[in-house]
Structure formats: C-alpha cells, structure tokens
Design a protein around this ligand. Structure first.
Ligand SMILES: [Zn+2]
Length: 411
C-alpha cells in the first residue's frame, strides 16, 4: 500500500511528497493499531511563495488522509478522495476569508467547535487554513492565532490542521503557533514540475498545451492552471502582450489600452452576474420579501440597508477582480520587456515569454538597454498606482510613457 496517487499533485521538490506519503502511511498504520511512526503529526504548516502549490498540496494531503480505499490510501478514485479534492468532503473544513483578516467570532464560533468534533464519515477530520497569514495583525494582537493555540497544543485525537502561509516569517505566521507545527516548505516550482502536476490533474489534455501553460506561467501553478483551462485567461494574456507590440503604433496603442481598461471593468461584471443575482434573491428570500401583505412591505423598508451592504460587497469583489486582471496584464508586459532587456544585453538566460520571442527581439533592436530598463520601471510604477485609479487611466498613461521611451512618432 504505497501508491498514494493523489500525492502526485504535490510538487516532488524538496522531498515534500515523500514526507507527506510517510505521514499518510503512518496515519493508516495507527488506525490498524500500529505504534505511531512519528511521520504524522496533528498540526502542519505548509509555506511557499504564491503559486508554489501550497494549498493544492494541503488538499491532496487531506484527500490521502480521508481516502477510504482499504489498500491504496490516496487512491484518487474513491468518494473520499474525490470530494476532498473538490473541497466538499464532510470531514474537511476549508478555513478561508475574503477579508484581510480572519474574524475572531468565526474562528471561535465555527472553526474551533468543528475541530473538537469527532469524525463520523471518515477516520480523520482535516482543516485547511488557507492564508494563515491573515490570522494575525501586523504588530497587533494575535487574537485568532491565540484562540487556536489550545487546539494546536492539545489536538483532538483524530483532527489534523494544515496551515498555509507564504513563509515562517513572524509577519506571515504566528510565532507561537509556528513552534507547535511541523513545517513543510514548497519552493517555487520548475517548469517541468508544473507540467508534471498539470498532467496529473488533466490527463486528457494534449501534452503540448500543458507544456505551454507551464512554460509561460513564471513558476506559478495557479496561473499555469488558469492559462490551461480558461479561454478568457489566455485571451487576456494575449491582449497584454499585443499591447506591447501596439506601442509602436501611435494611435493604435492608445486605443488598445483604452479597450483593455474597459474590459477590466466589464469582465468582472460578466463573471459575477449570475452569482450576484442569486445573492440578491437569496437575501430577499431570507427576509421574506416576495411575500404579499403589509408585514412584507414593512420588512422591505427596514432592510434597505442590508441590500445596500450586499451591493457594496459585490462591487468590492468586482473591483478586486478588475485589479487582479490589471496586475496580471502588467506582470506579463513587464516579463516581455525583461526578455527584451536580456536579449539586448546578449545574456543567454531562458526567456520568460517564450511564445513572444520575436517581439522581444524586435524591442531589443529598437531600444537601447537603458530605455528598456526605464520601460520596466514604467510598468512597475503602473502596478503601484492606488486602487482608486481606473484601469483605463493606468493603461493609457502607461502606453504614453512607453511611447515616449520608445521615441514613437519622433523623427
Ligand atoms: Zn481514495
């Protein structure tokens, strides 16, 4: 019993996969009455930069623990494995927040009681705390982390907690929890590792598509997955890179930048339209609106602010997605200029945007290295603009700067 197929979703680097496999086998052994082998512990801390696959690894680990196949823990086929990977298993708790910080009532009122209940449909309960860096405030009180301390110190017999954070730095994870967790670090994955992981997840997709997504992802597993599976993500990346080419067209560049800015506001609207509609009607139903009669009308008057609150939340979510789109586009643009600079300097390092090598070579021919360096600075400055500035403004201003640096229209 050592196939643990679901752990093929964990990057193999740094021996992480082997350590988790040993922990899963130890967990099985304990169920069969064997003495603990020491590979399993109740509290884990998975760290790694964004895109390193730390939450993918956490859910794969959870699936392997919750697997019900008697001979092949983490088989990837049973109901336990499948629902755990989908995040819907009854003995799996996803501890997440949309806000910058976890709220104490949520941790105290929902998470901790859940951790103390015994599993009923599997041998273990597993809680995955995504973004565990949001458990505490920078330089402030660690009330959420402190609330969890007792569970972590004296864990219930069948409960496993996996914290995911960028690093073990005190700014990223509570020092008191840290010393009580077993630490697993996931480094930035290599292109070949990302391709291997995606192949394991999507065995039916053509290998060349998988390899392309891995190669252009800049070491970010989630980004590679998005490029592989989502047409909109691919199209958005194409637009960003096209914009770099369009800079040398005096009016065309400006128009493209404006279109992209408008799309950055439009795509989130389309993306969330159905969800927003549903949230509004659910709120209405929960308040009994839609029923007839005076009582319902009085309820409507008293609940206006609840609708307003929901609409504001929805707007914030749309704005955040628009901002993420803009950030992503600017990252792609910066990578292409980086390639151009590398080419201009004659350095032989591997390109970040291998599918636009011609554009990079063209830029390197047109602009001296200093100008390319200034272009990268201009993109970085665009990324640093405050959130209140509309994407259209940021992108058109950026194209203006890039045209000045490229001496477009100057004879
Ligand atoms: Zn299974």
């Amino acid at each position: 019993m050592d196939s643990t197929a679901v752990l093929s979703r964990v990057p193999a680097a740094a021996g992480v996969r082997d350590r988790l496999r040993a922990a899963v086998l130890d967990a099985r052994g304990r169920l069969a009455g064997a003495a603990p082998a020491g590979a399993l512990t109740h509290s884990w801390l998975f760290t790694g930069p964004p895109g390193s696959g730390r939450s993918t690894a956490a859910y794969a680990f959870a699936a392997a623990l919750l697997c019900t196949d008697p001979d092949d823990p983490g088989c990837g086929r049973c109901e336990g494995c499948r629902t755990a990977l989908a995040g819907t298993h009854a003995e799996l708790l996803r501890v997440t927040t949309d806000a910058n910080q976890f709220l104490l009532p949520y941790i105290r009122g929902e998470v901790i009681p859940w951790l103390y209940r015994r599993p009923t449909t599997a041998a273990w309960r597993v809680a995955v705390v995504e973004d565990a860096d949001r458990l505490h405030t920078r330089g402030g009180e660690d009330r959420c982390a402190n609330a969890l301390l007792k569970v972590v110190e004296e864990p219930p017999e069948r409960t496993i907690i996996v914290f995911c954070a960028p690093s073990t730095d005190p700014a990223d994870f509570s020092v008191t929890l840290r010393s009580r967790c077993r630490h697993v670090h996931l480094p930035t994955p290599a292109v070949a590792d990302i391709a291997g992981l995606l192949r394991a997840e999507q065995p039916e997709l053509p290998a060349e598509q998988v390899d392309w997504a891995a190669a252009v992802s800049a070491g970010h597993i989630g980004r590679a997955r998005g490029l592989l599976l989502d047409e909109d993500t691919r199209a958005w990346r194409g637009r960003a890179l096209d914009l770099v080419e369009a800079v040398f067209d005096p009016s065309g560049g400006y128009l493209r930048a404006r279109d992209m800015g408008e799309l950055a506001a439009d795509l989130p609207k389309r993306h969330f339209a159905e969800l927003e509609e549903r949230e509004l009607s659910e709120l209405g139903e929960s308040l009994g609106i839609g029923a007839r009669g005076r009582g319902a009308q009085a309820a409507t008057r008293g609940t206006k602010h609840l609708f307003k609150e929901l609409e504001e939340q929805q707007k914030r979510r749309r704005d955040r997605m628009g901002r993420d789109l803009l950030d992503q586009a600017l990252t792609d643009i910066a990578m292409l200029y980086r390639d151009a600079l590398t080419a201009a300097l004659g350095a032989g390092s591997a390109p970040l945007v291998p599918d636009r090598a011609r554009t990079a070579a063209d830029l390197a021919r047109r602009l001296p290295p200093e100008a390319l360096l200034h272009c990268i600075d201009a993109v970085t400055a665009a990324r640093g603009q405050p959130v209140q500035v509309r994407p259209t403004v940021i992108l058109t201003a950026l194209v203006g700067s890039l045209q000045r640096l490229g001496r477009v229209g100057v004879r």
